[in-house]
Design a binder for this molecule. Structure first.
Ligand code: BTN
Length: 319
């Protein structure tokens, strides 16, 4: 009933009477009043005026399905949102749900992760209510070798969403990070379940440091948050919805060619590495050079000191 009342308050342009709500839901006005009080305790600001009814003034930045759905303009991505107060890792949870049949575009989100996963077995610090810890389940009809580009698609979506909502100068650090002022603000972890020539599902995990006030000393030099950079508290809901909306557009473009052809110009425009002297550390090699571009297949092209172009498919790049 709580969810329905939130929906009715959200939908009403102005006041909605207790009677209208109670008729709509087939419950007593006292029951409606109790839920309204409960919502107020949760942080919803609800005005009540005699003979007019209730009006929603503002909602808290709670990440539940109703709050996120209300302003989400997508067709597939986020059609189903599964939210948790606390979970080990949204990627872990998303993989479980995908194995149980969760559909394309399902979003798994949590207020807190107790065992957030970073790349290469690292932890991802995910304190309660201050960040966006979410995973998108995808079931693309693509060859498994093309799935890693989905990280770049998601990175571009996050970068654009942060720019649009916060006006901060966010950039992509190829291949997995979004940075602001040279520090990491978002990390992406893409995992896949596939056969040799068939993708069962892909889980794109997105972690964005939104309203984190400070980082432990060991992370302070490398990590930052939107709040630290923008000096204000941001509504996570707005960033989530914008990210999902932009992601849907780019994902569709990616599926058309099964690569980044349609979005590579925008990607390169957002990529902080382009034109910079970098060091690359990958499994097969360590090298230095100037970054030329990211290709439509998602590889980083580096011109080495001998003037030769080298194609990098994975690794850590300095900025
Ligand atoms: C990295 O930069 O190392 C990747 C970090 C990915 C973190 C996100 S938070 C949501 C999702 N669930 C996880 O456990 N990890 C990803």
């Amino acid at each position: 009933m709580k969810e329905k009342i939130i929906e009715l308050l959200n939908r009403a342009d102005d006041y909605i009477s207790g009677e209208e709500i109670s008729k709509h839901l087939g419950v007593s006005r006292t029951a409606v009043w109790k839920v309204i009080n409960h919502l107020r305790e949760e942080g919803y600001e609800i005005e009540s005026v005699t003979r007019k009814g209730y009006r929603l003034v503002s909602s808290p930045d709670i990440l539940n399905e109703e709050e996120l759905h209300y302003n989400l303009n997508t067709n597939v991505i986020g059609n189903k949102i599964i939210s948790y107060d606390s979970v080990d890792s949204t990627n872990q949870q998303a993989k479980k749900l995908a194995l149980e049949g969760a559909g394309e575009g399902t979003v798994v989100i949590a207020e807190e992760q107790t065992a957030g996963k970073g790349r290469r077995g690292k932890n991802w610090v995910s304190p309660p209510k201050t960040g966006i810890w979410m995973s998108i389940i995808l079931r693309p009809d693509i060859m498994p070798e093309n799935a890693s580009m989905l990280t770049l698609v998601a990175g571009l979506a996050v970068c654009k969403a942060i720019r649009e909502i916060t006006s901060l100068e966010a950039s992509i650090k190829w291949p997995n990070d979004i940075v602001v002022s040279g520090k990491k603000i978002c990390g992406l972890l893409t995992e896949m379940n596939s056969e040799i020539d068939y993708v069962n599902f892909v889980v794109v995990g997105i972690g964005i440091n939104v309203n984190i006030e400070e980082f432990p000393p060991e992370l302070d030099k490398m990590a930052t948050s939107l709040m630290i950079e923008g000096n204000q508290i941001y509504k996570r809901k707005r960033i989530i919805n914008k990210t999902l909306e932009i992601f849907e557009v780019y994902y569709k473009k990616y599926l058309e060619t099964e690569d980044l052809t349609n979005i590579i110009a925008e990607y390169n425009e957002c990529c902080i590495n382009i034109g910079r002297n970098v060091k690359v550390t990958s499994r097969s090699q360590n090298l230095k050079g100037i970054v030329k571009e990211v290709t439509r297949k998602g590889e980083l092209i580096i011109t080495d000191p001998q003037g030769e172009d080298i194609e990098i498919t994975s690794g850590e790049v300095s900025i």
